[in-house]
Ligand binder design. Structure first.
Ligand code: PEP
Ligand code: MG
Length: 322
């Protein structure tokens, strides 16, 4: 089986009827790039930069960050690299930063909310990213966006720092894309409006499921509610992809769901453009995508979205692909 998968390493990710998608890898540090390339990843769909901050005893400097981003971009050799700006808070804290005491940290001061408040931290990261942009194909994405105003505010700070660097004589790539994670239901429902301003979406199903079902993703006690195949979740995913495509933008997914073979059939049918997952899932996902017919999966996805429960969706999809 390992050998059979190996031949797919340099293959395209393309359905039987010729619809091509991108299969990318999720990384936490520059060292993880090797695993993505060895497993046939066509890009990095999520670089979780919080590890740069968590594995340090101080806020990483602009130069420290620049080196990390440059390394990833260079090693990916012109392939797309989606870097997520700092997503700290919730369950992820820093030893050198005091978070406010909150009843519900997952609903509180975290990610883009923190960055728009502490713009000094945010600006340092954006400058490092923009400086690194000349070493590859950089896509920057903001986590936990709930409102269009948050996206605009974050984008405005990005534009300011980009202009500052250009004024300082620093060279900056002209192909940087600036997008956002869709991991809050409010963003999914309003996706058509967001798509007018964002260059791309990446659906974060780990959080999108948690917030849609109001079920803590870390709690065993409510884990029965953690349902990727719940029709409510699938409908939000469809709204996100349709919203992007209406404005000519691309939609990816970087939550765990993107690497699930059963989900792949539905997501292909819904028109997802990029699937980003753990490196070790990429070849199996490619085998699945390459065995499917996109046109058929469009009908399958439509039917899947008509069911009332996650169990019905999963029973149906298993019968189709197994
Ligand atoms: C997600 O929420 O789906 C996601 C990819 O981000 P994280 O798991 O880091 O919250
Ligand atoms: Mg998330």
């Amino acid at each position: 089986e390992k050998e059979a998968l190996k031949v797919l390493k340099d293959a395209k990710s393309i359905s039987k009827d010729g619809h091509q998608v991108e299969l990318a890898g999720n990384i936490g540090t520059p060292n993880d790039v090797e695993g993505v390339l060895n497993n046939g990843g066509e890009g990095v769909g999520l670089y979780r930069t919080e590890f740069l901050y968590m594995n340090s005893d101080h806020f990483p400097t602009e130069d420290e960050q620049f080196e990390a981003y440059k390394t990833v971009l260079e090693n990916m050799n012109g392939r797309k690299v989606v870097v997520r700006t700092l997503d700290i808070g919730g369950d992820k804290t820093l030893p050198y930063f005091t978070f406010p005491e909150e009843m519900n940290p997952f609903l509180g001061y975290r990610a883009i909310r923190l960055c728009l408040d502490r713009t000094d931290i945010f600006r340092t990261q954006l400058r490092a990213l923009i400086r690194a942009s000349v070493y590859g194909h950089l896509c920057i994405m903001f986590p936990m966006i709930a409102t269009v105003k948050e996206f605009r505010d974050a984008k405005a700070i990005y534009n300011e720092e980009k202009a500052n660097l250009i004024k300082e004589g620093v060279s900056v790539a002209d192909n940087i894309e600036v997008g956002m994670m869709v991991e809050i239901p409010a963003a999914a429902v309003n996706a058509d409006n967001f798509a007018k301003e964002a260059d791309f979406f990446s659906i974060g199903t780990n959080d999108l499921i948690q917030y849609t079902m109001a079920a803590d993703r870390m709690s065993e006690h409510v884990s029965y509610l953690y349902q990727p195949y719940n029709p409510s979740v699938l409908r939000l995913i469809k709204m996100t992809i349709d919203g992007a495509h209406k404005e000519g933008k691309w939609a990816g997914m970087c939550g765990e769901m993107a690497g699930e073979p059963y989900a792949a059939a539905i997501l292909l049918g819904l028109g997802l453009d990029e699937f980003s997952m753990s490196a070790t899932s990429i070849l199996k996902a490619r085998r699945m995508i390459n065995s499917l017919n996109k046109k058929e999966m469009e009908a399958v996805a439509e039917k899947a979205l008509s069911f009332a429960t996650a169990e019905e969706v999963l029973d149906y999809i298993k019968k189709i692909v197994d």
